[in-house]
Design a protein around this ligand. Sequence first.
Ligand code: MRU
Length: 341
Amino acid sequence: MIPTVEWSEEGVRILDQRLLPGKVEVCVCNNYQSVAQAIRELRVRGAPAIGVTAAMGLALGAQALSTQSFQDFQEGFERISQEMSATRPTAVNLFWAIDRMKQVVFQGSNESLERLKQRLIQEAQMILEDDIRMNHAIGTFGAELIRDGQTILTHCNAGALATAGYGTALGVIRSAWKQKKNISVIADETRPVLQGARLTAWELQQDGIPTTVITDNAAGALMYQGKIHVCVVGADRIAANGDVANKIGTYSVAVLAKVHGIPFYVAAPTSTVDAKMVSGKDIPIEQRSADEVTSLYGGCPIAPAGIDVLNPAFDVTPAEYITGIITDRGVCAPQDILTLI
Ligand code: MRU
């Protein structure tokens, strides 16, 4: 599969997810502003992928700083970091990756600026490699929870496209499939911008994993009919009390799963845990534009012009609805998440 994001001599290469599955096209961002714009426009999306891309954007921005003193460099870097932090508010991986990059600058006051710029490229690459490694570990832990013959419901896209590679929720599914478990997947289409239908279905189809797309509102009926055995979703931010922010609609799936006695797992790297966020109630929820709701993906209007719209991009699932959190360091009850970081 084409990498979600990668560093190259020409700039940061991003697989343009707005165009999938119709077109497979890579855009090259050759300044940090266009990296920030790609994140805002969902050309690259998914919590871990946003973090990796932001780190690469910062490394790119740093290369263009023509300051002579460390202090001026640090100020310039801080300005770029602030712009990058303002792209999307919910996924904590963005802020986690920016902090890692800032640490490199902070610790580099005795190095030449040329050396420091190289170190920033290396750190961004390391963030990418760490993410892939964590996703494989999540896959290994999570596959133990999936039994032969099960159908797994997933929401949104927590796959290779949402990460540097392999995926979190889809990493669990990939690992179970590699163990030759006879599984199948039900992918919620995930309105409004259809990450499930466009991205999850595309990824899983490429791997030959049996996948069925449903409308979001079909999940409850399928659970009632016994056609879904387990749910696995990703996360954008996990609070200290185990509450989880993820794509809008996740909460509804979790409540339905609980009512039907179906296990509901969240798969996420430890970089998604925000230990400072005491409860999910305080997680900032991104509100996106009305057009995402009032027109179908691609532009056809489906609501009257001028109608009021609410378009929260994420919701928070309280810990009590979550059976377990699958991380790169093992599986735990949501309330115990801090014991793993
Ligand atoms: O708005 P998006 O597409 O960035 O939202 C993505 C999700 O909600 C994913 O489920 C989450 O980031 C986990 S990705 C491993």
